[in-house]
Each structure stands twice: as C-alpha cells, then as structure tokens.
Design a protein around this ligand. Structure first.
Ligand SMILES: [Zn+2]
Length: 407
C-alpha cells in the first residue's frame, strides 16, 4: 500500500469513522491544511523575526551543524543537541528481514492476482471493492500468511533511541508490525498506513483478535462479525479509507518540537506521509538514510525551497541541516551507533532478540504440529498458550504487513 500513488491514498474526508468533535480537531490539525498563505506568512514572520519567543529560542544560533555532513551531525549528537528525535520510515527498513518487495515487478504479486478475477489488480486493496467482494483479499491474505520475519538492526536502532529517552515518535508506513516486535512502545508509534495487529468489523467497528481472524481465514471463511454480520478486516488502510487518527493529530505536535528527523528506507513519494518532512522547524536537522537521495526539493530550486519549505536541500547552497547517508538502512544505523558509542549494544540487542524469536518460533511450530495431531486437546498450559498467541500474532502481522506494506 505504501507504494501507491498519491492520488490513490486514503482520503481524510471519509465519513465513517470519526465523531464530529474529532473531525473538527482533525481539520484543524491536518498536515495538509497548511495553506499557501500560511506558509508565506510563516516564512515572513521567521525572516522578520516576528515569531514567538519560544520559536526564537529554538532558532537561536541558527544552525546546529557546522556543515551538512554526517560527521558534523555526529558531533552535534555527541554535544547533546538531539533530544527529541522523530523517525520516519518506509519499506526499506524491513527488506533485510526477508520481506519480499511486492512492488517489484519480479515478485509476481500482481501477475498472480489474475486468478481472482479482479476488475483491475489494485481493486483487491480498495475498500469499496472489498465491501462487495472480500473473498479475493482474504484468499491473498491466506497465501501470504506463512513466513516469519524478524526486526532488522534498523528497527532495533530505533528501539535503542527509545530506551535512551531520545525518541519522540516513530512514524512508519509499514504494516509489518516489526516495530512492535522490536519493542517500540505503542504510544511512540504512528502506523500511518495501519497494521495487521488489530481487526475491526467494517460496519459496527467491533474489535477482533488476530488469532480469531487468522483461524477464520485459514478455514477459508470470510471473517464475519458476530454482532452484525459485517466483514471483519485487518486495520491496514485500504485505498479509500482514512489514515489512522494519530496520523492527523500527532505530527503537528511532534514535528514542531523535533530537533532531529531521521528518515529511513522510504522513497518519500507517498502523500501525505512524505509531506511530514516539511513540518519540522527551520532549525531541525534532517538525516536521510537511504540508498539514494530522495525527497529533494524539485523544480523551484533554492528560492522555492526557502519560501515554501519544500523538500530536502542536500545539494543546495547554504544547506546546513539536511544530511544524507547513501546506503542500506542497517548499515547507516550501525554506522551511526558505532560512531555514537553504542554499536556493540545494538549488535548485542539484535543477536539476543533474534535468538529469542527463533526459540519462540520453534516452540510454536512444535506446538502447532502437536495440535494438528491431536485436535481438540484444549488443555494447553497457560504459558505456552501465551507464547503461542504472541508469536502467531507477530508472525501474522509481520508477514501480512510485509506483504501489504510493499504493495
Ligand atoms: Zn459488526
């Protein structure tokens, strides 16, 4: 989903979900609501020093970095300049976990969809089509369920930022739930395109567990609400649906305070997610860790970038805050961690957590095969049951999400 084009993205003006008060709030705080006039006013207010005392403080001294280089950024980090870090990520932080890139033509996903007799391939992820004909989506979900994925060093890097009290918020386009598996707290997390972690009835909004939904899907049933017979759908955002509420509420708060924005593994082409990079203050340092420089201000050059605050300014004259690390996300995170003195801590965490996950997955596999042999023996030990639930949840989430996130 994350890879869909802008115009297909879920719109904020869907009627279903929100109460009138929350929709009012949403309108006020909607990232896209900044009008051109607001931007111009903001620009002149900044340039003429008309901004508030707090903003002046924030901008006082101008640039945090001596130069727009990774080494200058690391120096600033060591000086304690970054205490409110926001991370923004896309599918690129999950690829090293083995999650296939379904966007790639070679993955064959869209080719395989032909057997579902869809009017067009994207229909499988469109809410209106889903309401009429949910079977293809659930058939696909069943096909894509197997497989277990472990969070990558990039995920654990973010977890360490959280543990060190530096993470203000993590915004992800991925629906693979690897952040949750890595231990990033729910309140630190904005899953901008939803998650497989939870399921809801599309009509009465009753919540259902992933375990229950998976069981239904594997029995080739369309998961159906026990209250109202509505279809129960994972909370991933389909085309034609709203993004989750926190996406409309939190950026306004977070990005103003943010002193370092780390953008990883995203092409920054999907709106409104990509536009978040422009919500930070002028003094906020922005670090892109990606195979290529993306999100660059295009078209208008420096003046346009200055006035409208659009895009990253890596190669523009006078840039003192946008830094690019061109390479894989994991390499970039390990490099940063090494330079900042917690590389070994990061490697140890990855090793320990991956071992733990392997053990739990092994237990589940054994448990599932035992269950298969002796069906209906529901006297499982509580501890095993818990582990199983947790892992099945994680697995499902990760495999589904992965699939979805890369679509
Ligand atoms: Zn219902």
């Amino acid at each position: 989903m994350a890879s869909k084009d802008n115009e297909k993205l879920p719109q904020n003006d869907d009627k279903d979900k929100q109460s009138s008060s929350s929709s009012e709030k949403r309108e006020q705080e909607l990232p896209e609501s900044d009008s051109l006039m607001d931007k111009i006013a903001h620009f002149f207010s900044d340039k003429l020093h008309l901004s508030s005392a707090a903003e002046d403080d924030e901008d006082e001294g101008g640039h945090v970095l001596q130069s727009a280089t990774i080494s200058a950024l690391i120096d600033a980090w060591k000086r304690g300049c970054f205490k409110k870090i926001v991370t923004m990520v896309g599918a690129g932080i999950s690829t090293s976990s083995g999650i296939p890139d379904f966007r790639s033509k070679n993955s064959g996903l869209y080719a395989n969809l032909s057997k579902y007799n869809l009017p067009y391939p994207e229909a499988i992820f469109e809410i209106n089509y889903f309401r009429e004909n949910p079977q293809p989506f659930f058939k696909l979900a069943k096909e894509l369920y197997p497989g277990s994925f472990k969070p990558t060093p990039s995920h654990y890097f973010i977890k360490l930022l959280q543990d060190k009290g530096l993470l203000l918020r993590h915004y992800t386009q991925n629906i693979d739930t690897l952040e949750r598996i890595a231990g990033i707290d729910e309140e630190k997390l904005v899953e901008a395109h939803g998650t497989f972690y939870k399921h809801h009835c599309i009509d009465c909004q009753e919540e259902y567990s992933m375990e229950w939904a998976k069981e239904e899907i594997f029995k080739d049933n369309v998961p159906t609400c026990t209250n109202c017979n509505g279809v129960v759908k994972p909370d991933i955002v389909f085309f034609g649906e709203n993004l989750p509420e926190p996406f409309y509420v939190l950026p306004h708060r977070d990005f103003k305070q943010c002193d370092l924005l780390i953008i990883m593994g995203t092409s920054l082409t999907v709106q409104p997610f990509a536009s978040l990079i422009d919500f930070v203050s002028d003094s906020c340092v922005r670090l892109l860790i990606n195979r290529e420089k993306v999100g660059k201000n295009s078209g208008g050059g420096f003046l346009r970038s200055m006035i409208f605050g659009e895009g990253l300014c890596f190669d523009l004259p006078g840039n003192r805050r946008d830094v690019a690390y061109e390479g894989d996300c994991d390499d970039g995170c390990l490099y940063l961690a090494d330079q900042l003195g917690f590389g070994d801590e990061l490697r140890d965490l990855v090793k320990k957590e991956h071992e733990r996950i392997d053990i739990e997955l092994g237990k589940i596999k054994r448990k599932v095969s035992t269950d298969d042999q002796s069906k209906d023996s529901s006297d499982e030990k509580p501890e095993e049951e818990q582990t199983k639930e947790k892992l099945l949840k994680n697995n499902e989430n990760s495999s589904k999400n992965d699939v979805k996130s890369s679509i």
